[in-house]
Ligand binder design. Sequence first.
Ligand SMILES: C[S@@+](CC[C@H](N)C(=O)[O-])C[C@H]1O[C@@H](n2cnc3c(N)ncnc32)[C@H](O)[C@@H]1O
Length: 242
Amino acid sequence: MTNKHYESIAEDFNKVWRFSDEYKIWAVDKIGYYLDLKNSDVFVDIGGGTGTFTNMIDNKFELKKSYCVEPESKMCKLAKEYSNFEIICSDVFGFLDNLQFAYNKILFKEVIHHIKDRKKLWHNIYHTIEDNGRILIYTRPRNNKFPLFQKAKKEFYKNQPLYSEMVLELEKSKFKTSVSLESFTFKLPKDEWYSMLKSRFMSDLSVFTDDEIIQGIDELEKENTSNQFIIEDEIVFITAYK
Ligand SMILES: C[S@@+](CC[C@H](N)C(=O)[O-])C[C@H]1O[C@@H](n2cnc3c(N)ncnc32)[C@H](O)[C@@H]1O
């Protein structure tokens, strides 16, 4: 389901996420802070999609080397348009199993919920990342604060791992951890938010038919009579240190 979802939205992925430049800059700054990015770092962006963030992060922190690891071929093709980082068209396990270089910083931005065997993941990273390396998981709490209709909230909750569980798993795999929750709040005209829902901007929305999305939008219309949404995007930053 996930691969099909990203294949179907690949060409529109950058349009589907209508968040502002300010949002992207905020996210990149936070990633730099939690990963303590320095220009001596070899950085890996797992599930980097079309490379938007890999590009921004590499440019901002002038990294020694950056890699975008992405399994969906249409996404990889789009990411290949950037010349400042390398694209590895693979899922995370294919990447770690065939590793040809040393790396010390690794990011999972909005992708950890797609990776089922996390025990194996933490083990493989622990045995491949350099000493003093860091992992950053950028994800959302199960009860996110997006204006979603009830069925979508339930679907998101079902698919999203509990972040406290991931912290315990990482600690069991010998990493030290720290967790922070931070929010970026912004306003979006209702039409834009509805159009994001219709484009199924989150993979959790891909299970709904067009009719169900329309019903969901009707539900939101009843709850909000203004012409915009004030959206609080609450992000969980889990940093793991080797
Ligand atoms: C919500 S998108 C996030 C893209 C990008 N990180 C961003 O924040 O713009 C999730 C991405 O993870 C990729 N993905 C899904 N399963 C994966 C896996 N097992 N290993 C690596 N990437 C995966 C998808 O193809 C998709 O591009």
